[in-house]
Design a protein around this ligand. Structure first.
Ligand SMILES: Cc1cc2nc3c(=O)[nH]c(=O)nc-3n(C[C@H](O)[C@H](O)[C@H](O)COP(=O)(O)OP(=O)(O)OC[C@H]3O[C@@H](n4cnc5c(N)ncnc54)[C@H](O)[C@@H]3O)c2cc1C
Length: 305
């Protein structure tokens, strides 16, 4: 079994940064990533708030830069999903893609995944009109009518992105006020092919082999109306990807990992960084910052072993 100072699980901004910092501190590092590295950045059309990119940067371009930076450093990589972390501090075993890797420390940087609406037939219609990623699937709806559901920045940003591809975009939100930034909301209000439907929930999805429409319900009046659409993009929050971690690891009520300010979890030697931990602001910059802090804390832990 190969043995490392640190096993970093997840190759998004948090994991890439943590791996870079550890490798630069002369630690042996394995990064285990189930998909291509880049994380949610690969699902983001355009980022306008990552420092050093005054004109903004495309998500895949930023991910490429992160990966190029990582490739300059001695970090072993394995493609696969980590499905368990066991063992005592200093002697953790991570199972990934059918193999076991020993790590004196483990850094959980597994981010978060989109939450589903929980509607009947939602699962069946994924890939048949229902999507959680405008960047991945938006192009299938060129010139067509789509709806985006959600009230945070992801929903607003993706509605703007879709407005450039689709013929018509409905933005559906269960409240009157949006949580997302005013700058995005103002842009949407000024976009001719976007209609905003506040105080509205989706009561039903329609369509046999593919999505053909929605039943919308106004939460104030209770009135229902049918809306024919071709695509629905769901952005109603995220949940952490932490099932593979020990059950005794402390989490908050939503399942996000609890850490101190140095990214230490309730299990000595296991650190968590990025969207997967309980925190206020989930962005690329904060994930990278967490990754750097977690790496430094792990380095100190290794020195004390
Ligand atoms: C549509 C959208 C738009 C966004 N726009 C912006 C923006 O404009 N600006 C901004 O700063 N942020 C934006 N964000 C948020 C930002 O992308 C995230 O906050 C950031 O990517 C979090 O980084 P992370 O490394 O913590 O997690 P992630 O990026 O989620 O990366 C986690 C990685 O872990 C991997 N993984 C998960 N489980 C396992 C496992 N068991 N084994 C192995 N690998 C695993 C995943 O495949 C993933 O690659 C946006 C997000 C989305 C979805």
């Amino acid at each position: 079994m190969k043995s490392y100072d640190a096993v970093v699980i997840g190759g998004g901004p948090a994991g890439i940064t943590a791996a870079m910092y550890l490798a630069r501190s002369a630690c042996s590092v394995l990064m285990c990533e189930q998909l291509a590295p880049g994380g949610q950045v690969l699902m983001t059309d355009f980022l306008e708030n990552y420092p050093g990119h005054p004109k903004g940067v495309k998500g895949y371009e930023l991910a490429d830069l992160f990966i190029a930076h990582l490739e300059n450093l001695p970090v072993d990589r394995v493609v696969g999903a980590a499905d368990s972390v066991t063992g005592p501090a200093g002697k953790f075993i991570t199972r990934c893609a059918g193999h076991e890797y020993a790590g004196k420390t483990v850094l959980a940087c597994t981010g978060a995944r989109h939450r589903a609406l929980g509607l009947e037939r939602e699962d069946e219609l994924i890939g048949r009109g229902v999507s959680y990623c405008a960047l991945c699937d938006g192009n299938f709806f060129r010139g067509q009518t789509v709806a985006v559901v959600g009230g945070g920045n992801s929903a607003l940003e993706e509605a703007l992105y879709l407005s450039k591809i689709a013929g018509k975009v409905y933005l559906i939100h269960r409240r009157e006020m949006f949580r997302g930034s005013k700058i995005f909301l103002d842009r949407l209000k000024g976009t001719a092919n976007v209609a905003i439907l506040p105080d509205t929930i989706i009561a039903e999805l329609h369509g046999d082999s593919s999505l053909t429409g929605l039943t919308l319900r106004n939460v104030r009046s209770g009135l229902e109306q049918r809306l024919p659409i071709d695509g629905l993009f769901v952005y109603v929050g995220i949940e952490p990807a932490t099932d593979f971690l020990p059950a005794e690891l402390q989490r908050d009520a939503q399942g996000f990992i609890l850490t101190d300010v140095e990214m230490r979890t309730s299990i000595p030697g296991i650190f968590a960084a990025g969207d997967t931990r309980s925190k206020l602001c989930r962005q690329v910059i904060t994930a990278a910052g967490d990754g750097a802090t977690a790496a430094q804390a792990a380095f100190i832990f290794l020195e004390q072993l």
